[in-house]
Structures are given as structure tokens and as C-alpha cells.
Design a protein around this ligand. Structure first.
Ligand SMILES: NC(=O)c1ccc[n+]([C@@H]2O[C@H](COP(=O)([O-])OP(=O)(O)OC[C@H]3O[C@@H](n4cnc5c(N)ncnc54)[C@H](O)[C@@H]3O)[C@@H](O)[C@H]2O)c1
Length: 228
């Protein structure tokens, strides 16, 4: 059961998290600079990943496989990766909580590139309801289940305060949502068939802060050694 939590559609969550990193590198670096072919070891070196792991990941995604010595055709690998990740699927999503963060996500146009289109939002605040943000309607929260079921929505984005997040999550699941992108800093309980992807910005910030703290400590250490 615990193991299953780390698997998404038969693939480990860790593998799945690496694929968009390859995709970004292929599209935004290699394609832009006109590189035509690339090998798994080069990708591994550039992204500082384990070579065996990269080989396995690419072999799983690529339909034709890489050619000995030449490696993979960059454009073909990008296409295979997008196919594999479902970037062309155009999944419709709803967002709940049109506050500071919700507004930013609703206004961002880049998610469609990754196969996710936010089609509407829901909120409990009467001042926000029936307004448009980023061209999307904000509807009363009570209408969530009805709309999601009617439109066959499978992705829900949670940007409500932590204390409301579980309740919102339960409503999304009841409405047929099977994948949740959660920004609230709280663990959500969901049935087994539902995938929750947590976006915990505090963890990333803590890592930056810790890095600076350690670097500073090391700097102080060096200065002390030089002084001695
Ligand atoms: N603002 C950020 O940069 C940021 C960063 C990281 C994480 N978060 C997390 O994202 C969540 C939202 O943060 P925010 O700053 O946008 O808050 P916010 O207070 O600006 O917005 C929250 C919105 O949720 C709505 N809401 C509250 N309860 C609801 C419910 N039961 N159903 C539907 N709508 C409901 C509110 O009316 C409001 O519009 C929080 O959990 C926060 O911890 C925010």
C-alpha cells in the first residue's frame, strides 16, 4: 500500500518528477541552440543525474530508442516525452480559492503547454464570485460538484487556507476529481484512486535559507582560518 503511494500509473513518482526536467532541458536549451542529437550520458552530466537512471528513463519514454553513438534525436525525444506525459491531452482543471495565489495561477497562461487548462474557479467570498480572473469565471463554491461532474473535470487545484483544504478536497473527490494539485500546507487524506501532488513552497525556501546559512558559516570558518 505504502509502495503504491509512490507509484503513478505504474511509474515511480521520482521517475515522473524527472521527466519534466528532461523535457525542459531538451526544449529550452538543446532545441534552442540547434542541437540535433543527444546521448543519455550527456544529459546525465548536464543535469547532474545518475547515468543509469537517465538511460532507463529515456528508454521507457522513447518509442524508437536511441542510436548507438548518436543517441537520441532531440525533436523526436521531445515529442515522445510530451506524448508520454500527456502534454497534448488538454486536461481541464478547476481551481478552488481565488485569493492571492489562486489569482496568480488563474492568470498564468503557461500551464496549457503541460496539458492542463484551468477552466474555472470557485470561491466562498461573495465579492469574488461572478467575477472573471485571467479570463476565467469565479463561481460560488456550492456549484463545484455540479459543474465538475457535468464537465467531466478530473484535476482540482487547491489554493484555500489550510483549515479549509480537506473539506475542499473532499468536495473535489466527490465531484469525480482524481488528481489534486495542493498548495495548502496540509496533508490531505484521499481515497486510493486519487493522486495528490503537494506544492510546498516553504520547503523550497527552507532549502535556500539553509544553503545560505551553511555557505555563510563556511565563509566565516575560512576567514577565521586565514586570520589564525
Ligand atoms: N500566497 C502565496 O504566495 C502562497 C504561497 C504558498 C502557499 N500558499 C498557500 O496557498 C493557500 C492560499 O493562499 P493565499 O495567500 O492565496 O490566501 P488568500 O487568503 O489570499 O486566498 C484564499 C482564498 O480561498 C477562499 N476560500 C477560503 N475558504 C474556502 C472554501 N472553503 N472554499 C472555497 N474558497 C475558499 C477565500 O475566499 C480566498 O479567496 C494557503 O493555503 C497558503 O498557505 C500561498
Amino acid at each position: 500500500m505504502e509502495e503504491k503511494k509512490h507509484m503513478v500509473g505504474g511509474i515511480s513518482r521520482k521517475t515522473l518528477e524527472r521527466l519534466p526536467i528532461y523535457h525542459h532541458y531538451l526544449e529550452h536549451k538543446l532545441l534552442k541552440e540547434g542541437t540535433e542529437t543527444i546521448s543519455a550520458p550527456s544529459i546525465a552530466a548536464e543535469l547532474q543525474l545518475n547515468e543509469v537512471q537517465v538511460r532507463k528513463d529515456l528508454a521507457m519514454v522513447s518509442r524508437n530508442g536511441g542510436k548507438p553513438k548518436m543517441g537520441y534525436q532531440v525533436t523526436e525525444l521531445i515529442k515522445d516525452m510530451e506524448e508520454f506525459l500527456g502534454y497534448h491531452n488538454n486536461n481541464q482543471a478547476v481551481l478552488v480559492g481565488a485569493g492571492s495565489l489562486g489569482k496568480a495561477l488563474l492568470s498564468y497562461k503557461g500551464f496549457e503547454q503541460y496539458g492542463v487548462k484551468i477552466v474555472m474557479a470557485f470561491d466562498t467570498d461573495g465579492r469574488k464570485v461572478n467575477t472573471k480572473i485571467g479570463g476565467k469565471m469565479v463561481l460560488p463554491f456550492e456549484m463545484l460538484e455540479n459543474h465538475c461532474q457535468r464537465m467531466n473535470i478530473h484535476i482540482g487545484i487547491i489554493t484555500v487556507p489550510a483549515q479549509s483544504a480537506q473539506d475542499v478536497c473532499d468536495h473535489l473527490v466527490a465531484a469525480g476529481v482524481r488528481a489534486i494539485w495542493n498548495f495548502a500546507p496540509i496533508h490531505l487524506s484521499v481515497p486510493e484512486h486519487v493522486l495528490v501532488q503537494n506544492e510546498n513552497m516553504a520547503v523550497s525556501l527552507a532549502a535556500l535559507s539553509k544553503y545560505l546559512y551553511e555557505a555563510e558559516k563556511e565563509g566565516r570558518q575560512h576567514t577565521k582560518e586565514e586570520d589564525d
